[in-house]
Design a protein around this ligand. Sequence first.
Ligand SMILES: [Zn+2]
Length: 74
Amino acid sequence: MSDTIDQAQIQSELILEHQIRQATQRTPMPTRTHCIDCDEPIPLLRQQKVSGCQRCVACQTEFETGKARGVISG
Ligand SMILES: [Zn+2]
């Protein structure tokens, strides 16, 4: 049944489009007042400059270097 195939294709295209939109839209996460890792207050200036920032500078640096190295420390 070609109808079924068309439907499936349309559906997968919609899903793909949705995923692309989500990836490109970059909906900013709400900026936090406190670091999600160490719970230290994030400086107001950082909150204002880094929209959607979730970590203090120290934790963000650690997070990014850890990510770059591909190391997940538990
Ligand atoms: Zn922190």
